[in-house]
Each structure stands twice: as structure tokens, then as C-alpha cells.
Unconditional design. Structure first.
Length: 202
């Protein structure tokens, strides 16, 4: 039996760390891309080596049944997602013994919805990524040859990125388990977790 394979960005901490560990515990091979393991992706295509690194990532993802875009790559993330989607359009892989389209899961953020009094570039970047996902979701229809696309939008998660924001926070392992469920069942409609709200600063 062939070992399933996951390509994931931002796998050395936070949500990505827990996702990589969970999939590994289920017998998956993990290909992680993070700056901390010298496989970081650029947040813009400004130099020839940036383009080369992007295509290295895409070629690596070609070998995987599932690709998860977790790292915050700014405005480069929507472009990377669309590159993946167009590249996978029409491809199938063997998953649980059946030929199925490839799976792309994007980790967005519901923090952009529940911290409206703290508008910043992060919210705009995440919004652009989510808009790209929704555009291809609308185009998917019923074709079995198009990639499965899922968008998960957690609220506040206990990671360094939101450490300064007051409010009840979820554990990264909770999000990892939801992502695993999305892959196992292919229920890739949006997971929007609204119950986590931000407490006002005192």
C-alpha cells in the first residue's frame, strides 16, 4: 500500500506543527515548507530565486495527495493558491484505493471578522486569499476532474501571531483535527468557527 503524502507550508509551529504531527501519526509522509527548515517560500516574486523556489514547491506538491497552505505569505498566498489550483485541474490521485481529485486546503482566519476595530494589512492579505478560494469554489460545479478545495477559518488560536489579542483562544490541535476530518470525509465546505470572540481591551 502506497504511503499517502502531505505537502504543507508553515509546519514547524502553531497550527501547521499540529497538522503535520497528526497526519504523520496517521501514517502520512510529510513534506514541510518553512523558513525555519530552510524551505521557506517568498512573500513576493521579486528575484529569480523566488520564482525558482515557487516552482520547487509546486513540483513537490505534485507528489502529494493533499496540499495545505497554512503559512502567512502575505499577498503571495492567493497567487500560490491559484497556481496550485490551475496545475491540479484535471489531475487525479489514488486516495483510499480510489481515483480522486487532489485536495487543497487553505487556512484562512476568522480573526479578520471578529477584530474589525483592528484593521491592518494581515486582514487585507487574508481577505485576498479567501476571495481567491471562493472564486474557484464558485467555478467548481460537479466536475470530478477539478481539485477539491477547502477553506477553514479559525477564530483566535493560541499561537504567537495572536498572543497580544485578548479573548478566549482555541488550541492549535483542535484546528488540526478539523483539517484531518475535512480530508478524511472530503467535506470541504467552509468551516467558519464563530464562537471564539475577542474581548475588548481594558
Amino acid at each position: 500500500m502506497t504511503q499517502p503524502r502531505l505537502t504543507i507550508t508553515g509546519h514547524t509551529r502553531g497550527i501547521g506543527y499540529h497538522v503535520a504531527n497528526l497526519f504523520a501519526s496517521k501514517g502520512w509522509e510529510i513534506s514541510g515548507w518553512s523558513r525555519t527548515n530552510d524551505r521557506g517560500l517568498p512573500d513576493a516574486l521579486e528575484k529569480p530565486q523566488d520564482v525558482e523556489r515557487m516552482f520547487d514547491f509546486l513540483e513537490d506538491a505534485d507528489k502529494s495527495e493533499v496540499t495545505i497552505l497554512n503559512a502567512n505569505l502575505g499577498f503571495f498566498n492567493p497567487r500560490l493558491f491559484l497556481q496550485l489550483y490551475n496545475r491540479y485541474n484535471g489531475q487525479t490521485v489514488t486516495f483510499n484505493g480510489q481515483p480522486v481529485p487532489k485536495i487543497i486546503i487553505v487556512v484562512g482566519s476568522n480573526v479578520t471578522d471578529i477584530t474589525r476595530n483592528q484593521t491592518d494589512i494581515y486582514q487585507i492579505q487574508k481577505g485576498a486569499l479567501e476571495m481567491a478560494v471562493r472564486q474557484v469554489q464558485q467555478l467548481q460545479g460537479s466536475s470530478v476532474h477539478k481539485p477539491y478545495v477547502g477553506l477553514i477559518k479559525p477564530g483566535l488560536v493560541d499561537t504567537n501571531a495572536v498572543r497580544s489579542i485578548l479573548g478566549k483562544k482555541m488550541q492549535p490541535s483542535t484546528i488540526a483535527n478539523l483539517i484531518w476530518h475535512m480530508v478524511e470525509t472530503k467535506r470541504l465546505h467552509d468551516y467558519c468557527i464563530y464562537e471564539m470572540t475577542v474581548m475588548p481591551n481594558e
